[in-house]
Every structure is written in C-alpha cells, then in structure tokens.
Design a protein around this ligand. Structure first.
Ligand code: ZN
Length: 284
C-alpha cells in the first residue's frame, strides 16, 4: 500500500494512493498515518479500496507520517559522497538527529534560513519503523520496518560544519525535512536495496545514484541504531545521500530563493520544492 496524508498543514487526513493513481480518503477507517496505526495494520485486512471516497488529485500532500517521534539520520553512507565531502568512509555508521519540527510535505516550499549562505540538497531513502525496536539483530531488522519513503535531507553546510558541535544545527531548520509523497509498505516493497535515486535543481541533474551503493544497508542500520536508542513505530531513519550535493561541486553551489528542487526514488514517487527566502515576521 501507498499511504499518504493529505490536506492543509496540521490538518492532514489519512489517505492511500490506489493502483489507478487516485487518492482515497482513509479517515473513515483510521485517524491518521502514525506510529500506532503502523504498529497494528489489522485495519488494512479486507479493506475495500474502491469504496473509499476519492480526494481531489490536486490536494496538498503532507508528510506521509504524522507525530514522528524521532528523525534519525545517517551521515556519509555512500562512499562517493564521503569522498566529495572530503571525509573518510566511515568504519561505523555516523548518526545524527534532525529536529522533527523540520518535517514538511514533499512539495511544500523550502525556506532558506535567516543568514544562510550554504543551503544544500540530499535525496535519501527514508525507513519508517513499525515496531518497538531495541537490540534487534540484522537478520530480524526488516521485520521492524513498516515501509519506505522519499526524503530530502535539506542541509545548511555552514551551520552544519563551520559552527562547531553537532551536525544537528545544519539539519533542523523548519522545512528541512520534506517527507513523502507516500509511505510504501514493506509488503509492496520487500527489498529497497537497489532503487535508483536522483535530484535536480532548476532542471539540472546533480544527484544520480542507487541505494545499492550504501556503505551500510538498511538491516545493518536498523540493527546498529537499535544498540544506541530504542526505536518506536513512526520513527524515521534517513539513510544517507549519494554523491552530487552542492557541497561536492567545484566550485560549490548552494540554493538561493526562487529555485526548484525535484527529486525521486524508484517506487517512492517524486517531490518538488520551491526555495523561498526567510521573512522576518512583522512585529508591528
Ligand atoms: Zn543526509
């Protein structure tokens, strides 16, 4: 199933994308697409999809998971990306957190933060957790995955790399986490280890990769992370980006207001974001 959340910001309804590409309202069946609903998918058994009301095709799409508890990111998980960043290929997964307040819809505007000069893009495979998870083995790790989604791990490189401390500072501004358009459940995508992924800015393709070149694969990451924190249903792991980010260009290229990012991963749909300038609120 392709699960979605559709509607105005903060007021999204649960929905699914049917096989004909129609958005169907799930709000008569479940309250939201969130951890509790993903942990117990019994509601999906025998679902009469054709009987669900259709929602307008031009509805705003929200992030595909609501009430995300944790957004865990993996750094330098593609060898070529580590190289372009001038950093060694990690011996163990590099973990950092993105504030959940950064999460937004897949096609919402991305705000260039106040005083930002180095805002950058990262197409990534998102893994959505479906079970309480602690110390899970690599062999059992996929049983704890509800499904997969597309993520743009928007990053501000000066905040991330030049201001000391943890990467979280360059990863957490509002709108730095476009997530969706949909969550593909694992029964529909049993294997996410060989998916083409790409990202374009103003029509120019910068990233062209595949999840097959990850340094640490999804089962390894879920197992590894669960040694250091428990994971709950609805938590998201963003698994790193292939080469082609702005930081890796020569000279480096960063986003300005008025640009358009488009990105996609096979089977997980596409996103499109306009970049807009941060507007200081009028204090009157
Ligand atoms: Zn990333």
């Amino acid at each position: 199933m392709k699960l979605m959340r559709v509607g105005a910001v903060g007021d999204e309804k649960p929905a699914l994308l049917d096989d004909a590409g129609k958005i169907r309202d799930l709000s008569s069946v479940i309250g939201d697409i969130n951890g509790a609903v993903l942990a117990d998918m019994s509601w999906a058994a025998g679902l009469d999809v054709a009987a669900l009301p259709e929602l307008p095709a031009d509805s705003r799409i929200g992030p595909c998971v609501g009430n995300v508890g944790k957004f865990v990111c993996v750094g330098l998980n593609y060898a070529d990306h580590a190289k372009e960043a001038g950093l060694p290929i990690p011996q163990e997964p590099i973990l950092f957190m993105k504030a959940t307040s950064a999460i937004c819809g897949p096609n919402d505007d991305v705000i260039i933060p106040r005083d930002a000069q180095k805002t950058d893009w990262e197409v990534e495979l998102g893994v959505v957790i479906g079970k309480n998870t602690a110390y899970v083995s690599k062999e059992n790790a996929l049983d704890h995955v509800a499904g997969y989604c597309l993520i743009n791990d928007v990053s501000e490189r000066e905040f991330q790399l030049e201001k000391g401390g943890q990467w979280v500072k360059g990863k957490s501004n509002d709108t730095f986490g476009p997530t969706g358009p949909w969550l593909v459940t694992r029964d529909e995508m049993p294997d996410a280890s060989n998916l083409a992924m790409w990202l374009e800015v103003d029509g120019k393709r910068y990233q062209n990769g595949s999840t097959s070149t990850m340094v640490f694969d999804v089962p390894t990451l879920v197992s590894y992370i669960s040694n250091y924190m428990s994971l709950q249903p609805g938590d998201i792991i963003s698994t790193g980006t292939p080469p082609g980010v702005g930081l890796g260009q020569n000279p480096q290229i960063y986003l300005k207001a008025g640009q358009t990012m488009r990105l996609g991963i096979d089977g997980l749909g596409q996103q499109q974001q306009k970049t807009v300038a941060y507007i200081v609120a009028d204090k009157g």
